[in-house]
Design a protein around this ligand. Structure first.
Ligand code: GLU
Length: 427
């Protein structure tokens, strides 16, 4: 059996592929030359499993998606109180490059707009750090988050520096109010190099999954940020990550997110997944057109709105027993995306007997995607030649049509197992 999740992602890409609305950003000469048709999506679970499709090995500059991670680095290095002295956490409702400060405190409103991001960049590695050392340090942190060595696209950076008048005015404004101490040119160079770090969607999904996972990279198991830092960074993403569309985004899609002008978009579902899309054409707010579409579909179809309450459990498989030609899998709790992924991965890793029985006696319910993935898994097992059966005394999985009009055998008695020793504990 193949994992159906990658197939779902492929289907979603097919659904949005023909949408050529929007334009690539052209205020940076190198960005204007981007191939507008690139399209990719990656999803990394907090168990460390990556599902990815499309142009997922193409590198592009991280741009504003660097902002939540740079913010998390500053929080980790200095603590929330110190960082909050120079940048607030209120959504500004303004464009990303607005020349504005909080009227009462003179701080930038939040770290997701350029004024806040330039101020945050200046905190990393100490405010007296050289540009060189600061950027090296940021690249090191980002590389740990992505689980591989990243680098700055110097040519791209120079192309942006040549047209960076607006960011320079922001830096002069920050200096005027004592928010940054460094020379304005150096501050913008440091920030622009941060924005010019090259990443793929796979890198971004892993970086997002790390903050969704309380700061531990789920693939390398590197402890990078404290849980409170990860939570804080995601909270500010949720309220201010989508430029001046942030409020509508949170209500409609409900996934903490950050977009960048090169067409990347990341999102986090705390405790579940980090995800990323890449599609360079942007909408009026500067967000990737098809990226927004993909996230909207994922949110709706896969039940990923943060405000949905699924009552999740960590281990969906209570017991796993293979004897006398049957594999009996006893499930428990609420079966959502993460739980169903966990169950099917177990089914892929373990040797299954001819007959596969799911005991749903202890299952409290399925959400839409949990139901869809389990039924699809059963359909694929049937196609692989297994006989499938369900024990569902409380009817938590009504009408278990496998999608092709066939049904698993419905048991009226609880499947009997002689041993409760073998447990599957895939992370
Ligand atoms: N380098 C870009 C700038 O500061 C980042 C903007 C973005 O991705 O939104 O103008």
């Amino acid at each position: 059996m193949d994992m159906p999740i990658t197939d779902y992602l492929d289907e979603i890409l097919d659904e949005v592929r023909d949408n050529d609305n929007g334009e690539v950003a052209d205020y940076i000469p190198e960005l204007a030359a981007a191939n507008p048709d690139r399209l990719a999506v990656s999803l990394c679970t907090t168990g460390g499993h990556m599902y990815s499709t499309g142009d997922d090995d193409i590198e592009f500059t991280i741009q504003s998606i660097s902002k939540p991670f740079a913010y998390a680095i500053a929080l980790q290095e200095l603590g929330i109180a110190e960082v909050t002295k120079v940048v607030g956490m209120e959504p500004s409702g303004e464009a990303f490059n607005e020349l504005s400060l909080d009227k009462d405190t003179n701080r930038p409103m939040n770290p997701m707009i350029n004024a806040g991001a330039i101020a945050v960049n200046q905190l990393i590695n100490g405010s007296d750090s050289s540009v060189e050392e600061r950027v090296d340090r940021i690249v090191d942190w980002f590389s740990r988050l992505a689980g591989r060595e990243l680098q700055v696209d110097e040519e791209f950076c120079q192309s942006e520096i040549a047209t960076a008048d607006r960011n320079l005015s922001i830096a002069y404004m920050l200096r005027n109010y004592g928010i940054i101490q460094d020379d304005a040119q150096d501050a913008v160079l440091s920030y622009t190099r941060q924005c010019s770090i090259l990443v793929t969607v796979r890198d971004l999904a892993m970086m997002a999954a790390t903050i969704a996972n309380g700061g531990v990279n789920p693939v390398t198991e590197d402890h990078i940020f404290d849980p409170v830092v990860s939570r804080h960074a995601q909270a500010v993403m949720a309220s201010a990550g989508m430029y001046n569309g942030a409020g509508r985004w949170l209500a409609a899609v409900g996934i903490p997110a950050k977009s960048g002008v090169s067409g990347g978009l990341i999102g986090t579902l705390p405790g579940q997944i980090g995800m990323a899309t890449f599609s360079p054409r942007l909408d009026g707010q500067g967000n990737s057109f098809r990226g927004v579409e993909i996230f909207t579909i994922l949110s709706e179809v896969m039940g990923m709105h943060l405000m949905n309450n699924t009552g999740r459990v960590n281990r969906a498989v209570r017991n796993w027993n293979s004897e006398n030609g049957s594999t009996i899998i006893q499930l428990q709790g609420a079966i959502d995306f993460r739980a169903s992924e966990n169950i099917l991965r177990g089914a892929i890793q373990e040797d299954l007997e001819k007959r596969v029985v799911l005991d749903l006696d202890r299952v409290s319910g399925f959400n839409r995607v949990g139901r869809r993935i389990i039924l699809e898994g059963l359909r694929r097992l049937t196609m692989d030649g297994h006989a499938t059966a369900l024990f569902d005394p409380d009817n938590v999985l009504p009408d278990p049509d496998l999608g092709d009009g066939t049904y698993p055998e419905m048991l009226t008695e609880k499947p009997f197992v002689t041993s409760y020793e073998m447990e599957v504990d895939t992370p």
